[in-house]
Design a protein around this ligand. Structure first.
Ligand SMILES: [Zn+2]
Length: 79
């Protein structure tokens, strides 16, 4: 999936930023793609997003906003 498609999907769901749209796709990939297509679709999306300046959390892989992982409460386990 291209970033543009993810953003359009996000807009339809009321999401305001490209980062939120990317995270939405990452979270709901099981519902959006055929199982065997998930790695290919997500790889394409992450590569396209990186080309557009979106950064990803080194810990959980979520798209970050202003260098902050706002998925961290959900995805970063306590050490
Ligand atoms: Zn994270």
């Amino acid at each position: 999936m291209k970033l543009k498609e993810a953003i359009e999907l996000g807009k339809a769901l009321g999401l305001k930023t490209p980062e939120e749209a990317v995270n939405n796709v990452l979270i709901h990939s099981l519902n959006l793609f055929k199982y065997e297509d998930i790695p290919k679709e997500l790889h394409e999306l992450v590569m396209d997003a990186k080309e557009h300046g979106i950064e990803f959390c080194p810990t959980c892989g979520a798209a970050m906003i202003d260098g902050e992982c706002y998925m961290k409460d959900l995805t970063h386990k306590e050490v």
